[in-house]
Design a protein. Structure first.
Length: 190
């Protein structure tokens, strides 16, 4: 190995591992949290821009702070369990009708609580908290109404009750519910 190629190898090591390890680039619509091997998850959230960290000692994780669309649809692929969404949710109405519920729930992470989310729940908060809570609350709320009420006069009341129930669960965990939008409620034939 020539001295020139050894210099190039050392240069690429320094560029890749050291210099890139010093900087954290946070794009618009995101924040970064830093895990420090000595102090754990740091409370300070890094906003969009260029920031410094200690290479090999600190690790950064980006979190999306934009409105997130949790889509409940037939097109959702359940094999991607960490994806933000779900297949149609089966529920039973007050008059014992089995229905499949599709729609969209708009969520947003509280910037100031993201370190706590990462520390206490982890990166897979969708699998642990969001999906099971949404499934449970949809089933609960739909059990309060007759099928005809849901598809005709009380659809907005169902959406509002769902939003309130989800807010009650998610708010303390640092997740805002911006809106609940039901798109299709279909009877499931037995």
């Amino acid at each position: 190995m020539s001295a020139d190629s050894l210099d190039k190898l050392m240069y690429s090591f320094v560029m890749e591992d050291v210099l890139k390890g010093i900087f954290i680039t946070v794009p618009p619509g995101y924040v970064a949290c830093v895990y420090d091997y000595g102090r754990g998850v740091l409370k300070k959230v890094l906003t969009p821009g260029l920031h410094l960290k200690i290479p090999f000692w600190q690790k950064a994780k980006l979190f999306n702070t934009q409105t997130l669309e949790y889509s409940i649809s037939r097109n959702f692929n359940p094999e991607h369990e960490k994806s933000l969404g779900d297949i149609p949710i089966a529920a039973v109405t007050k008059d014992s009708q089995r229905v499949g519920v599709e729609g969209t729930i708009l969520l947003r992470l509280d910037v100031h609580q993201i370190p706590s989310i990462w520390q206490t729940i982890g990166e897979d908060f969708v699998v642990k908290i969001v999906r099971p809570s949404i499934r449970s609350r949809i089933r609960m709320v739909f059990s309060h109404y007759d099928f005809q009420e849901i598809i005709t006069v009380k659809r907005d009341a169902v959406e509002m009750e769902l939003k309130n129930e989800l807010e009650r669960i998610f708010y303390a965990r640092g997740i805002y519910v911006e809106n609940v939008l039901l798109s299709e409620i279909s009877q499931i034939r037995q």
